[in-house]
Design a protein around this ligand. Structure first.
Ligand code: FAD
Length: 346
């Protein structure tokens, strides 16, 4: 069986960015991706989703995101751009291949998948920061008989027409899903803390410009850190505010069979609950390497400290500053490719 220099697991923006830079070192790499087509998880986000990063902050390394009058691109344009990026740089990808285990035996990585085994001298895990839904353990959750859906599975408000819906979570996803579902049915928004909104004139462009400045100056910008947690007033969220539905109540309830009992004892019926309550990366494919602690892996930048030749890209800030954003993943990918080349002595 052939031994590749590098196998990259995951063909979203992180995986293809690493591959882009590995080409410079003439390394023999292969991307294994479980999607049918390019685009990573953008293939599964909800139908109406637009980027919150402006076009000028949505480019992968080497090739600009297409310009257009609309500042924030819809998801289909993101997928199209990634598809063309792969062809433009003739990236070596196999799809759909679902990796289930990575082992390290006799100095070589053995990667098993639903399409057979692969071998490599180094492995990059770029499987995304968003694959396991985080669902709060609310009392009597299992007794509730209505629809329960995580934002990872949410696609369209049409599924909720005529169904009174409780939406949980005070981040951008929660606000955006509330904005569109409330156009089709009665909604209640519940959050742990009072939601924080950015002023209307501070949009994604403002956040990305300041983030970039802070990064280039090597400074921690405390107020920026605060602002990054706030809801961006994209057009549908502003419009929900105009319709007077952008109000959250405290998420202090337990479930009943057909709804909830709020902290004040009031009962309310709901046909559906949508959890916009976050996600985490799935590292289970690395379980036989003995590197996982608290769903993280100790790294020196993107390189595992315990397991030489293992790299993690795009799984959150712990694998590189802003590495889970389109703009931010480039630097992390470039540094990782260089580290791999050094490791393989190329
Ligand atoms: P993913 O896109 O998740 O790609 C990982 C790939 O690995 C997928 O193709 C998956 O199928 C594959 N995979 C997973 N497990 C396996 C396995 N075992 N074997 C083989 N393949 C596997 N960032 C911005 O910069 N601007 C934005 O406006 C923006 N908006 C966002 C909006 C939402 C709602 C979300 C959730 C994120 C947003 N992001 C944004 C962040 C980021 O761009 C996306 O999360 C992006 O999908 C991350 O890319 P990735 O390559 O790291 O992971």
């Amino acid at each position: 069986m052939k031994t590749y220099d590098v196998i990259i697991i995951g063909g979203g923006q992180a995986g293809i960015s690493v591959a882009y830079f590995l080409r410079r070192y003439k390394l023999d790499y292969l991307i294994l991706d479980s999607q049918e087509t390019p685009g990573g998880r953008w293939n599964q986000v909800w139908d109406s989703l637009h980027l919150f990063s402006p076009r000028e902050y949505s480019s992968l390394s080497g090739w600009q995101f297409p310009k257009n009058k609309e500042v924030y691109a819809p998801k289909d344009e993101v997928i199209d751009y990634y598809t063309k990026y792969e062809s433009r740089y003739e990236l070596n990808v196999e799809r759909p291949v679902e990796v289930d285990k990575v082992k390290f035996e006799d100095g070589i990585y053995k990667i098993s998948s639903n399409k057979g085994d692969f071998m490599a001298k180094a492995v990059v895990v770029a499987t995304g920061a968003n694959n396991i839904p985080e669902i709060p353990n609310i009392k009597n959750k299992d007794q509730y008989k209505g629809i329960q859906m995580h934002s990872l599975d949410y696609r369209t408000p049409n599924d909720f027409v005529g169904k009174k819906t409780l939406i949980l979570g005070g981040g951008n996803s929660g606000a955006q899903i509330l904005a569109e579902v409330s156009e089709h049915t009665e909604t209640v928004w519940a959050t742990l803390q009072e939601p924080q909104f950015l002023p209307d004139d501070q949009d994604g462009r403002y956040l990305f410009t300041r983030s970039n400045e802070a990064y280039l100056n090597g400074k921690t910008d405390v107020s920026l850190k605060d602002d990054l947690g706030k809801i961006v007033m994209v057009a549908p969220v502003k419009e929900a505010r105009e319709r007077d539905v952008l109000h959250a109540r405290k998420s202090d309830f337990e479930f009943t069979e057909d709804g909830v009992i709020w902290g004040n004892g009031e009962e309310e019926k709901f046909d559906a609950v949508i959890y916009s309550t976050g996600f985490k990366p799935d590292l289970s494919l690395l379980s036989s390497l003995d590197v996982i602690e608290d769903n993280k892996i100790a790294t020196n930048e993107t390189e595992s400290i315990k397991q030489k030749g293992l790299y993690l890209v795009g799984l959150g800030n712990w694998t590189g500053y802003a590495s889970a954003t389109i703009y931010g993943v480039g630097k992390t990918a470039r540094d990782t490719a260089q580290k791999i080349a050094n490791y393989l002595d190329k």
